[in-house]
Write a protein that binds this ligand. Sequence first.
Ligand code: GLC
Length: 471
Amino acid sequence: MHITGRNSAQHRSVLLPLRTMTIQEEAQAISDQFEVSPAQVKESVREFRRLMKLGLEETGHAMTMIPSYVTHVPKGSEKGTYLAIDLGGTNIRVCSVTLDGEKGFKIQQEKAAVSRELMTTDDPSKLFHFIATRIKKCVVEKLDAKGEYKLGFTFSFPVNQTGPAEGTLLRWTKGFDIPAAVGHDVCGMLQTELDKMGVKVRVAALVNDTVGTLMARSYVSNGNGSLVGAIYGTGTNGAYLEKMTNIKKLGNEAQHENMVINTEWGSFDNALTTIGNTPFDVALDKLTPNPGNQMFEKRVSGMFLGELLRQCLLTLSTNAPGLGGAGLFSGQTLTQLNQPWSLDTSVLSMMEGDNAEDMAVTSTIIQKELGLTTSVPERGAIKQIVRAIGRRAARLAAVPMAAIVISSAAERTDVSIDIGVDGSVVEYYPNFIAMMRESLRDALDRRAEEVNIEIATDGSGVGAALCALVA
Ligand code: GLC
């Protein structure tokens, strides 16, 4: 079923002009639309593999397959002290990371807020000067200030990477808006400010958070090296180790055997041929600044699951026009529910984990977040929808993993089928990994048992330091 329209109220009236079902039956009907069948998982995996190949062959595809210029993954024996910084949101984090060479490490770190002013300044050097100041402070206070250090720069914005520590900013996201920086080399801008201040730090690696996650996991894993690093947090994306001979778009740059590829899988299947499209997804997409883009991310990652729930609840509520009888939240004012983005993904995590018969936690959350009271049967209906949204996210989340495992299996004997994952959704959403595994089994059958999935913490610290080391 594919219905387009401006909002879910409209979809609702197209679907059911009169309330003919109970709230429970409607919740079931909504939930059914989020179902991802085993056949659909398999089909999605095939499509993912097709787009991987395409992105490795040519530039300009939505699933970009960005070469990271990291040519091998760590095996745990790496040693030394490195600096790492993480700029991805409203904070900048500066860490010094000491790797002990036996899969262990020590981190000292400090966070500082990036002011609104710096996020939107006309002069990019002001932002990079600020970052350099924080790095200098870390070197002076925590390290031997006479030493020279390499730095891994985790920069979680889209860049066109052209070398290990070289990449031009394609566009800002997440509230940053410094137009004069677009098209410029972010490492170069930072290095200039460090040099001006006389800080003996060399920006040695430009790192996507997923590449950092792969490196961090690989360092602590079983010593064979890992295959995939994946983020399921505010956004979703993954990086993996690819054979150079498959990265056709690099042409004769291929002097190494392997390279880590940042897939940018958030844009997997923007054409929506396999990942499904409910009326709720359609309504959500229209509310975003990038409609038609990052379509996989919009079904899987934390930034969007809360809004998907809100779209479903709107449809279930009395607010939907054309309803004959009483809907969810009957007779109450829906001011907050009518507010786009008013529900956070943590709300779904908490409801999913509420197993009490009276669902008291769910009741409190709905009261607090939406100012609405609910009966136990209403809460049951809401929870059913929460489950459906979370389950779809997890089942889809396994698709890229399965695709990469299948594509790599024949060619890879040098690394383990070991996957490091990080991010709020995979860490805090109840049973996310278990649901992902179920879907992996649909895709890989018995081979799914060979896939090891572990939470990999601190890709932007340890991972970035490791990138600086191997660069
Ligand atoms: C978004 C970004 C990607 C990042 C991911 C996870 O998808 O485009 O670069 O890795 O979020 O943070």
